[in-house]
Design a protein around this ligand. Structure first.
Ligand code: NAP
Ligand code: 3JN
Length: 354
C-alpha cells in the first residue's frame, strides 16, 4: 500500500506558506497526504484556510503541534525555525526549512533538487532550502559547471519586493499610488530596505542596493548568503575557493520574480555561447528564452506564477575568452521558496527517505 503522510505547514498564512499550500495540493499524486496541519502565530489561530477543497483551521504553532507529523514544510522566519524544528525532529518529523536558520550547519543538506539531490540522503531531520537568489542562479550554473568547469561568478541581482514578504509588496504598491497622486512616499516607507534597520526608503520609482543588513565587510547579508550558499551547493564547502563568487544585491520596484545579471568564467576556453545555451536548455527545470531576433528574453511579468527558472541573453565576453554574460529570472516565491521546498519533500518521498 502507498505510504501516506501527515504534513504540517509552519507559516501557513504567509506569502510563502500560502504558496506552499497551493504547491502541495498540486503534488498529491507524489506526496500522498493523510492529514494536514496549518500552523502560524497566535495572531492567526482560528483563521480558516482551505486544503484540497476542505476547510482547515489555522493553529498556533507549539512543540506539541508536531506530534504525529511526518513532514514539516517550514517558512515562519529563522527564529521560529530555530525554536520549533528541533522539537519537530524530536517527535520524528522530517523538516524542509525555507529560512536561513540551519543553512550553514555542516550536517544540514542545502538542496535544490535538480542540482544536488544526492545530499538529501545525508539529512538528520532538517533539510534547508537555499535563499531565493541562490536557487535560481545555481539552476543555471550547475550545467555550466558540469560541462565546462566554473572559475568565477559575478552576479548583480534585481530582486522583487515579494522576497521581503507580502507587506513589502503592499508597501511598494502604496508608494506607487502616492507618487501618482503627487504625495510624499517617505511616510509609507516602513519596511524596506530591511525591517529592523534604522532607516527606511521608498522602493517605488527607486532602486535600493541593500537587501538584509549591511555588514562590516561592506557586503549585505543577502550578498554573503549568495556567495557561501553557492559554494556549499556546488562544492559541498561554504568557504571553498575553487569557484570565486561575488555578488551585488539590489531591490527593484517589481512585486514578484527576481532577475539576475550573471557573468561567469569557465575552465574550458573553447566553450561557445551556443554550447552554454545547449547545456542550460537541457537542464531540468530551466527554460531557455534566448532569441534576440524575436526579442525573446526572461522577464518578471512572464516568469511569475511559474515553477521554472528562465535563462536568456547568453553571450560571450568578446574581450575575455571563456567568459559569458547571462540573464536569469524566476518567481522568488515559487522556485525561490515554496516550490523548491515542496519539491525537496517530494524528492525525499520518491527516494524513500521519509
Ligand atoms: P510573511 O508573509 O510575513 O509570513 C510569515 C509567516 O510566519 C506567517 O504565516 C506568520 O503567521 C508566521 N509566523 C510569524 N511569527 C510566528 C511565530 N512566532 N510562530 C509561528 N508562526 C509565525 O513572510 P514570508 O514572505 O512568507 O516569509 C517567511 C519566511 O520565509 C521569512 O522570514 C524567511 O525566513 C523565509 N523566506 C525565504 C525565502 C528564500 O529566499 N528562500 C524567501 C522569502 C522568505 P501570522 O499570520 O500568524 O503572523
Ligand atoms: O529579500 C529577498 O528577496 C529574499 C529574502 C529572504 C529572506 C528574508 C527574510 C529572512 C530570508 C532568507 O531566506 O534568507 C530570511 C532568513 O531566513 O534569513
Amino acid at each position: 500500500m502507498t505510504k501516506q503522510y501527515n504534513v504540517a505547514i509552519l507559516g501557513a498564512t504567509g506569502a510563502v506558506g500560502t504558496r506552499m499550500i497551493e504547491q502541495l495540493q498540486m503534488e498529491l499524486d507524489h506526496i500522498p497526504v493523510k492529514g494536514i496541519k496549518l500552523l502560524a502565530s497566535k495572531r492567526s489561530a482560528g483563521k480558516v484556510l482551505e486544503f484540497n477543497g476542505q476547510p482547515v483551521t489555522v493553529e498556533e504553532a507549539t512543540p506539541d503541534s508536531f506530534d504525529g507529523v511526518d513532514i514539516v514544510l517550514s517558512s515562519a522566519g529563522g527564529s521560529v525555525s530555530k525554536k520549533l524544528l528541533p522539537e519537530a525532529v524530536k517527535r520524528g518529523a522530517v523538516c524542509v526549512d525555507n529560512t536561513s536558520a540551519f543553512r550553514m550547519e555542516p550536517d544540514v543538506p542545502l538542496v535544490v533538487p535538480e542540482v544536488n539531490p544526492q545530499e538529501l540522503a545525508n539529512h538528520h531531520g532538517i533539510i534547508a532550502n537555499p535563499n531565493c537568489s541562490t536557487i535560481q542562479m545555481v539552476m543555471a550554473l550547475k550545467p555550466i559547471y558540469d560541462h565546462f568547469g566554473l572559475n568565477q561568478v559575478i552576479v548583480s541581482t534585481y530582486q522583487a519586493a515579494g522576497g521581503a514578504g507580502q507587506s513589502a509588496i503592499d508597501e511598494l504598491l502604496t508608494e506607487s499610488q502616492d507618487y501618482i497622486n503627487g504625495e510624499d512616499m517617505q511616510k509609507d516607507a516602513k519596511i524596506l530596505p530591511t525591517k529592523g534597520d534604522k532607516k527606511h526608503y521608498p522602493l517605488a520609482f527607486n532602486l535600493l542596493p541593500q537587501i538584509d543588513v549591511l555588514e562590516d565587510s561592506g557586503y549585505s547579508h543577502e550578498e554573503w548568503k549568495m556567495i557561501h550558499e553557492t559554494k556549499k551547493i556546488l562544492l559541498n564547502d561554504m568557504d571553498a575557493s575553487a569557484i570565486k563568487v561575488t555578488a551585488t544585491c539590489v531591490r527593484v520596484p517589481v512585486p514578484i520574480s527576481h532577475g539576475e545579471s550573471v557573468y561567469v568564467t569557465v575552465d574550458d576556453r573553447d566553450a561557445t555561447a551556443d554550447d552554454i545555451k545547449r547545456v542550460v536548455a537541457d537542464f531540468p527545470g530551466v527554460v531557455l528564452q534566448d532569441d534576440i531576433k524575436h526579442q525573446l528574453y526572461p522577464q518578471p511579468l512572464t516568469a511569475t506564477g511559474k515553477r521554472e527558472t528562465f535563462v536568456g541573453r547568453i553571450r560571450p565576453d568578446y574581450e575575455n575568452p571563456g567568459a559569458f554574460n547571462m540573464w536569469i529570472v524566476a518567481d522568488d516565491l515559487l522556485k525561490g521558496a515554496a516550490w523548491n521546498t515542496v519539491e525537496n519533500a517530494e524528492t525525499m518521498v520518491e527516494q524513500g527517505l521519509i
